[in-house]
Ligand binder design. Structure first.
Ligand code: BGP
Length: 484
């Protein structure tokens, strides 16, 4: 729907950037923090690229003032970060670690002093290890009450200062990689029944937090962040169009429908019931999900790439695909589910060195779809390019590829807004460079380069502004006008 009359980015648009505790903080056992499942998982040789881990990460924990100063100098309007559950409850849900709470008070206060709206993610994958050991974490319904308690503790501590809250980051990713592809803790593979049950537990935990939020943070906004994969049927063969519908139901709407409507998509549920892997409901679950959905204020969207969908016969590809964690372009293989779909490469689009399709229009398609299906405001909670960057001798980093990637996506977001989507915020991934869960430190996303090499014994952790830092600064100052 191309129009001649252009509207501007909305007033008070939140130009932002994002991170997650495990990927930036380091200080993995400082000030009373307990271990998380990731602290344990990464120590098993062979689980991450070159056995990299977040023990130090980019040491944001000890560079707080410097990092927020860099954000303020850039003019950032919002900073999305996650809270490490194991800093708040290190070894039991009965004892709060005040030093953990203090750390985030400090971060939030620094943001506010610099006119940066803090945006808190309650859970970004780093479950306290004691909960995994006690009842296998998300596999048990016990986690629902514990998550609620943790969320309530945060609402009570920070609710008067923080307006924007994200319950869960990319439930679809951490559950798939934890229970289907064995790439994340607890490293289980093809546990399909458990995978759907775990997801059900996460939905219930999210729902409890959303309902508790209503009384504790009046005027606040809450939602979940979802890893959105808009999809294209490979062609107009009807069986490929049905495969796309199956893909959307099982890979996108399975999550977004629950957040926004409080119910699972019907066809997907029937399929899983027939297979005997659908989640079991207890009395009250359906009502809880439906009630919470009425109070969700936005859809959080993490967008990196789109997918192509082609029908996959019963004797077709049966694999989650080889994941490229090395940056050697072309090493990824295509995934597929027999009887449903497979995901061939999109020959119309370029890819990153990690084989992720670069598709700016996909973000507009995603926004349009969410607007039509759910009529909810949207927070783009992550979008960015993982790339190799080079630190020049003079301390500069020239990353025109990142600027192009972000600019093209922003232009499409602007079009989505013109077409009726209500987009409240755009957070790039990420502000500083950070640990990429499985891909080490060489896959860089930040506006700020951090000297943290997997090879370095004692990295300097020095911060350097990339060209993209100055570019985003201008975008923010002009409210997006310099994009055009
Ligand atoms: C999302 C996660 C982020 C971040 C990002 C980039 O799935 O929410 O935590 O890691 O993806 O992914 P990667 O680090 O695998 O390149």
């Amino acid at each position: 729907m191309m129009q001649a009359n252009k509207t501007a980015f909305p007033e008070n648009f939140l130009w932002g950037s994002a991170s997650a505790a495990y990927q930036v903080e380091g200080a993995w056992d400082a000030d009373g923090k307990g271990p998380s499942i990731w602290d344990e998982f990464v120590k098993v040789p062979g689980t991450t690229y070159k056995n990299t881990n977040g023990d130090v990460a980019v040491d944001h924990y000890h560079h707080l003032e410097e990092d927020v100063r860099l954000m303020a100098e850039m003019g950032l309007k919002t900073y999305r970060f996650s809270i490490a559950w194991a800093r708040i409850f290190p070894s039991s849900m009965d004892e709060v670690n005040q030093k953990g709470l203090d750390f985030y008070h400090k971060l939030i206060d620094l943001c506010l002093e610099n006119n940066i709206e803090p945006m808190v993610t309650i859970y970004h994958w780093d479950l306290p290890l004691f909960l995994q050991q006690k009842y296998r974490g998300w596999e048990s319904r016990e986690v629902i009450a514990d998550f609620k308690k943790y969320a309530v503790t945060l609402f009570e501590a920070y609710g008067s200062k923080v307006k924007y809250w994200i319950t869960i980051n990319e439930q679809n990713i951490f559950t798939r990689m934890g229970w289907m592809t064995a790439q994340h803790p607890p490293k289980m593979s093809s546990e399909e029944k458990l995978y759907y049950q775990v997801n059900h537990n996460v939905f219930l935990a999210h729902a409890e937090a959303v309902l508790a939020f209503q009384d504790l943070v009046p005027g606040g906004m809450i939602g979940a962040s979802f890893a959105l994969h808009p999809s294209y049927a490979i062609d107009c063969k009807p069986e490929n169009v049905v495969a796309k519908m199956d893909y959307d139901d099982l890979k996108n709407y399975w999550w977004m429908d629950v957040y926004a409507h409080g119910r699972y998509p019907k066809a997907a549920m029937k399929y899983l019931q027939t297979k005997g892997v659908a989640p079991e409901f207890e009395p009250g679950d359906a009502e809880l999900l439906a009630e919470a959905a009425k109070h969700v204020d936005f859809m959080g969207v993490n967008y990196y790439r789109s997918d192509v969908v082609e029908y996959n016969p019963l004797d077709g590809v049966d694999s989650s695909g080889v994941f490229n964690t090395t940056g050697e372009k072309g090493s990824m293989t295509i995934p597929g589910v027999p009887g449903l779909y497979k995901n061939p490469l999109n020959s119309n689009l370029p890819t990153t060195d990690w084989d992720w399709t670069i598709d700016p229009i996909g973000i507009r398609i995603g926004c349009r779809d969410i607007t039509s299906r759910y009529n909810l405001p949207i927070i783009i909670s992550e979008n960015g390019l993982g790339a190799f960057d080079t630190l020049e001798e003079d301390g500069s980093i020239h990353d025109p590829y990142r600027i192009t990637y972000l600019a093209e996506h922003l232009k499409e977001i602007k079009l989505a807004i013109e077409e009726g989507s209500e987009v409240l915020a755009y957070c790039t991934w990420s502000f500083t460079d950070l640990l990429s869960w499985l891909n080490g430190y060489q896959k860089r996303y930040g506006f700020v380069y951090v000297d943290q090499y997997e090879e370095a014994v004692e990295p300097s952790l020095k911060r350097y502004k990339k060209d993209s830092y100055y570019w985003y600064k201008d975008i923010i100052a002009s409210d997006g006008e310099t994009l055009f």
